[in-house]
Design a protein around this ligand. Structure first.
Ligand code: ZN
Length: 481
């Protein structure tokens, strides 16, 4: 049986390396590549992705899994062999149901749609994307129908990023959260908003980058196995457990954008750096699900990164870095500024309290589109109605409305958004469990010892027993925008 296991591992290792090579090309594309490289780069990434897909759907993988299943069934569920066979089987079963012809057609269409969206958003021209989005909707339904037997047509798409969840189970979680969230939003926004003018002064780029990276390193982000670069839409990308890179963007007049993007991506990256190196080259070396990945980024960005304790340690250092800007601003004022709650139009800029309402709008609209109860051409109006009802504000145009997120314009409709809110919920649960197990955590965060205690706890709680093919996941990953 060992020879079969060795052969499976060798084949998976080749797939992993092809995907890793494609990821390096993608990282380069999104950081340093000159625009003229785009056409050839698209071809190169597509070739590597196709080779990886062909290797994954090779019938020999299926034969090896057939042979190994009875052997794995005798092992404990969480053992490496049982986990490897179970997770590889799941990925293989899904991959072989999707014809290569469909993958090529879908990739070509989503690439074309992305290009149209890039022009349509600044031009506030939703009409331009309508025919593309209608075809995307057809392709999304087609994808779902490769997996018959679902209750809701979105179920197979949701299961791809958050295994085991369905439209019904997500909707139930969202309904419970929403019932408690809406009164909190109403009560908070009935008060005058916090003054965050101190964050909107001139903050030189290099100092912003260095300060964010310093906190990320103290959190536990290992720079021997990582690096930070600038990009348009921050993301995390890993090529191996020894090389997990983060990106951020810097705005001269917004101190919080780069800082919290860096902490967010560092959360994703520490999760991947924390994977057991013996799992490298297998699907077990990747994130468990979109939601679990996001739980890590949101934990470090918000629960730790916006906590009072953390800034008791860092704020004097931040003031020393920016004495002109923050010398006269108290810790209390700064703490209130970075935790300002105010309904806004843009999901990625939303505060912690209102953020999940943005996700719920998108999730419900996705379901309605897939069900056929909402037509693509009626989407902008449906968007405005939901924002008015849920957040009390409506976008003046589609640029800051239905055109704002890349997800539907660079991929399928369905399964793209629920992970953000599932991640927020899990981040609170993980932190709560960690503090119950180690009551000194809040005090240690205030002494900047967060890495020592928190990384260990997060790793223990999450484990690496299951995996998806997700290579990066964040508010603005190459896949998610
Ligand atoms: Zn994220």
């Amino acid at each position: 049986m060992q020879d079969k296991l060795d052969e499976l591992n060798a084949r998976l290792g080749e797939i992993y390396d092809l995907q890793g090579a494609a990821a390096v090309l993608t990282w380069d594309q999104l950081t340093y590549m000159p625009p003229g490289g785009a056409v050839a780069r698209g071809r190169q990434v597509a070739l590597l992705s196709r080779l990886a897909h062909e290797k994954l759907t090779d019938p020999q993988i299926g034969r090896l899994l057939d042979a190994l299943r009875p052997y794995a069934a005798q092992m404990p569920y969480d053992s490496q062999v049982a986990s490897l066979v179970r997770v590889t089987q799941r990925i293989y079963d899904k991959a072989v149901k999707v014809p290569a012809e469909y993958v090529a057609r879908m990739t070509e269409h989503t690439t074309a749609t992305y290009e149209v969206w890039e022009g349509a958003r600044p031009a506030n021209d939703f009409a331009r994307v309508i025919p593309y989005l209608e075809k995307t909707l057809d392709l999304s339904r087609e994808m779902a129908n490769f997996f018959p037997g679902y209750q809701h047509i979105a179920d197979p798409l949701i299961d791809t990023s958050d295994e085991g969840m369905t439209a019904a189970t997500v909707a139930a979680v969202f309904a419970e959260l929403r019932a408690q969230l809406v009164p909190i939003v109403r009560a908070t926004t009935a008060q005058p908003p916090a003054d965050d003018a101190c964050l909107h002064q001139d903050y030189p780029e290099e100092a912003q980058l260095a300060f964010g990276l310093d906190i990320a390193r103290r959190f536990g982000y290992d720079m021997e196995r990582g690096r930070l670069d600038k990009t348009a839409h921050p993301f995390t990308i890993g090529f191996s457990t020894g090389d997990v890179r983060i990106t951020t963007r810097v705005k001269l007049h917004d101190l919080s954008d780069s800082l919290f993007s860096t902490l967010h991506e560092a959360g994703h990256a520490m999760y991947e750096q924390g994977v057991d190196p013996t799992l490298e080259g297998t699907p077990l070396a990747e994130g468990t699900s979109a939601g679990v990945h996001e739980s890590q980024s949101r934990l470090w960005e918000n629960i730790v990164g916006r906590s009072r304790g953390l800034w008791e340690f860092y704020y004097p250092r931040l003031q020393a870095t920016f004495p002109q800007q923050l010398g006269g601003v108290s810790l209390d004022a700064f703490y209130r500024a970075i935790n300002k709650v105010q309904p806004s139009l843009i999901r990625t800029d939303a505060d912690e309290v209102t953020y999940n309402l943005h996700v719920m709008v998108r999730f419900d609209l996705e379901l309605a589109l897939l069900e056929g109860t909402l037509a693509v051409r009626d989407l902008p109006e449906a968007w405005r109605e939901r924002y008015a009802a849920d957040l009390g504000i409506a976008p003046p145009d589609d640029r800051d409305g239905v055109l704002q997120d890349v997800h539907w314009y660079g991929g399928l409709i369905g399964g793209a958004f629920q992970g953000y809110t599932l991640g927020n919920i899990m981040s609170a649960q993980f932190y709560d469990a960690a503090v119950r197990a180690h009551s000194s955590i809040p005090a240690e965060i205030a002494q900047a010892n967060s890495a020592r205690c928190m990384t260990g706890c997060a790793r223990t709680s999450i484990g690496t027993g299951a995996s998806s093919q997700q290579r990066s996941c964040c508010s603005a990953s190459p896949a998610a925008g």
